[in-house]
Design a protein around this ligand. Sequence first.
Ligand SMILES: [Zn+2]
Ligand SMILES: [Zn+2]
Length: 442
Amino acid sequence: MPKLERYLRAVSVAFSVICATTHTPVSAQTVREAIERETTAVEVKMIAWRRDIHEHPELGNREFRTSALVAEHLKALGYDVREKVAHTGVVAVLKGGKPGPVIALRADMDALPVTELVDLPFASKVRAMWRGQEVGVMHACGHDAHTAILMAAAEVFAKLRNDLPGTVKLIFQPAEEGVPPDEEGGARLMIKEGALENPRPEVIFGLHVVSIGRVGTVAYRAGTAQSGSDTFHISVKGRGTHGARPWAGVDPIVIASQIVLGLQTIESRQVDVTNEPSVLTVGIFNAGNRSNIIPDTAELEGTLRTFDPQMRDFIMRRVKETAQAIALSGGGEAEVEWTSDGYIPLVNNVPLTRRMVPTLQRVAGSDKVLEVKAVTAAEDFSYFAQEVPGFFFWVGISAPTMLASLAAPNHSPRFRIDEAGLPTALRAMVNVAFDYLNGDAK
Ligand SMILES: [Zn+2]
Ligand SMILES: [Zn+2]
């Protein structure tokens, strides 16, 4: 009898192994088919949300309407929703029907002080106050698409909740583009207010739509993918006088003009360009209010993009020394201030990136997934990726008929999203999440 028992047990173990090995791939395939079905089903809604959000853009820390729309949608889907994180942020958790890890997905919701010049039925006509000036407001960086994509992904996770092996945490973030003066916000404030706690995700994913990619393409970079950014303000003090008698005063406009050029020689003559790239741009030059008056002061503001901390320190020091020395040579003074609203470089976790690339290739097609150079745009997803391993990738949204290099870039008043790129973004996001949770993208 014991012999027979042993035999039966062996047969039963063998049978269960056979069942498991034949069953697992079929089940994975079924889930993938269900993902495909549900992503297709939600596409029309995703486009409608994107257009609605595009027509009603809101500046950083003022995303009241957008976050209400997001929170209402997530509550209706059965998510556990926390609102007003970092002012207008929404953090939502959905526990799947199967055991598994916790992952986070993040979308940003804010728009930019840009007056839209795109001819669309849902173009923005919104105006708002920004740093004391009335400005047009536009989703010129595509955060309307990011929000709509994650809302659509939320719906797919909820529909497939029983098959979800783990927990998804969705982070809808305000103020990625920066905050109004004297306010805190963005990823750093969300982290401070516990967006990554209870539960803490073991990884985080995010994406950005980019004009430099064509519809259907996905791009990524393992390791440092986006630069850090720092903002400086230079106040040049001269001495006002009549425009006809410049020698009777000190002209801050001429001094500030020399400073603008002097700062570029730091980049072109003083940093080792073979080490890492860096970019310095003066984007604001304010002075004077009449053609025949030399004013007392001129104000400059600019941004520095770096990938290397030592290079960053060096350039920051040289900006100060250069501005002060040039001002002194003209008989004036320069005060240089680096503000604290800069972002650290965005570093994609290398093993996580390598692990998820096959998913992107399966979703978009291997010939449509490219590893590209690092970019000099900054992104505060970097702070999430500093806390837990992160992977942030780029999705193309330029029309196939257009040379992507000629498409109006993100932040331009002519920035235009070809919505045919959004289903790829949605599939990428949902499949990255499922594959990670399933552990089958290793
Ligand atoms: Zn942007
Ligand atoms: Zn952006």
